[in-house]
Design a protein around this ligand. Structure first.
Ligand SMILES: [Zn+2]
Length: 375
């Protein structure tokens, strides 16, 4: 591993603007970089479908075909303000100038993968196939990953490199989430002259919500009404309100049951009061649930020990690209890479963690290669 090259690679990439939806320059840079490294990298055809700045990039490092492949995923988009990032080194950290984010989320992961490939090639390390998916649109609803055709992957398991926590952190569980859109319809009337002719959509929604289980449902499940809007003036019985809600659970059956409970409660209250409720439930992403004894977790733990760190298996409260791949049946865990204060202009990247995440990627590929030849 060449630490200076790694740091320079990272600094070069954060200077390329790639706010979500505007990934073109970053995608072109990556395609060019892998081409110069003589590594197969192709952009998929999802750009038309997503309307984002580019398609996802699939990178294949060819290795010993008798060994089982492993995959990694990272994302090339960043949150705003991410234009004109001016990185600099401040002691043990790489920082922005304070007017923008840094973009370590997730370009530190991309830099680690590129340096890991250099390291493997230069040391002639034995390895099986390594597949890398670099997505667009992660920050706005996992758009690229959702559009990606996972049948292109031969790997049965792998890692998203995109979590807070120092290197050694492994996210093994993250919830599935639904987005619930509710429109309650009542009947408009003059509130002073003839309120009895009206049906208040506000009152229907209020009754439903008061009867609903919300907040912490059980240790694995949560639910929330996040938005409630409607109505005009005090003298009008409101005929329409619009609500946005969500349910999350580490257990998809529980998430579905909670979402169904919320839908039914709105529908029942509307029916009882003479109105109607249109409730749609969309599953935003699947749960990520890698058991401690699964291959994806065991391989990570062994590799973490080999780089002299301690594995810390944790649960997250939100979803990421890893959830999408897990939902497609590819065993996935999310690796912490030590970035700090992400999604803020205080974002910074400890150089030591950048080095350690690179070592971890190399080590995972090594541990995977050292396993028995696949059946
Ligand atoms: Zn991220």
């Amino acid at each position: 591993m060449n630490k200076d090259r790694l740091v320079n690679q990272f600094m070069d990439m954060v200077k390329i603007d790639s706010e979500t939806g505007y990934e073109r320059d970053m995608a072109d840079y990556l395609l060019k970089t892998f081409k110069e490294m003589d590594i197969e990298a192709t952009e998929d055809d999802t750009q038309e479908k997503t309307g984002y700045g580019a398609g996802n990039i699939l990178v294949r490092l060819k290795g010993d075909a008798s060994k089982a492949p492993v995959y990694f995923t990272v994302h090339m988009d960043t949150v705003a303000p991410g234009k004109g990032v001016k990185p600099s080194i401040d002691g043990d950290y790489i920082i922005s100038d304070g007017t923008t984010i840094l973009g370590a989320d997730d370009k530190a992961g991309i830099a680690a993968l590129i340096e890991a490939i250099y390291t493997i090639k230069e040391s002639n390390m034995a390895h099986g196939d390594v597949e890398i998916v670099i997505t667009v649109g992660e920050e706005s609803g996992l758009v690229g990953a959702k559009a990606f055709d996972t049948s292109k992957l031969n790997s049965k398991f792998g890692y998203a490199i995109d979590s807070t926590g120092t290197v050694g952190t492994v996210v093994t569980t993250a919830p599935t989430q639904s987005r619930i859109v509710v429109d309650i319809h009542g009947k408009k009337a003059h509130a002073g002259v003839a309120p009895e002719n009206g049906i208040s959509a506000i009152n229907i929604a209020a009754r439903a919500i008061s009867q609903m289980k919300l907040g912490r449902i059980d240790p694995e499940t949560t639910a929330n009404i996040g938005r409630f809007e409607g109505g005009t003036a005090t003298n009008v019985v409101t005929d329409h309100v619009h609500l946005l809600a969500e349910a999350r659970s580490l257990d998809s059956d529980k998430m579905e049951a909670q979402s169904a409970h919320m839908k039914e409660t709105f529908e029942n209250a509307a029916r009882e009061m003479g109105g109607s409720a249109d409730v749609s439930i969309e599953v935003m992403y699947a749960a990520l649930n890698a058991p401690d004894d699964s291959e994806v977790v065991r391989t990570a733990v062994k590799a973490i020990e080999n780089i002299d760190r301690t594995a810390d298996l944790i649960s997250l409260g939100g979803g990421s690209d890893g959830n999408v791949f897990a939902g497609a049946g590819i065993g996935t865990a999310i690796l912490g890479l030590g970035y700090e204060n992400i999604h803020t202009t205080e974002e910074k990247m400890p150089i030591e963690e950048l080095v350690k995440i690179t070592e971890l990627v190399v080590e995972i590929i090594k541990v995977q290669n050292d396993k028995e030849v696949r059946a």
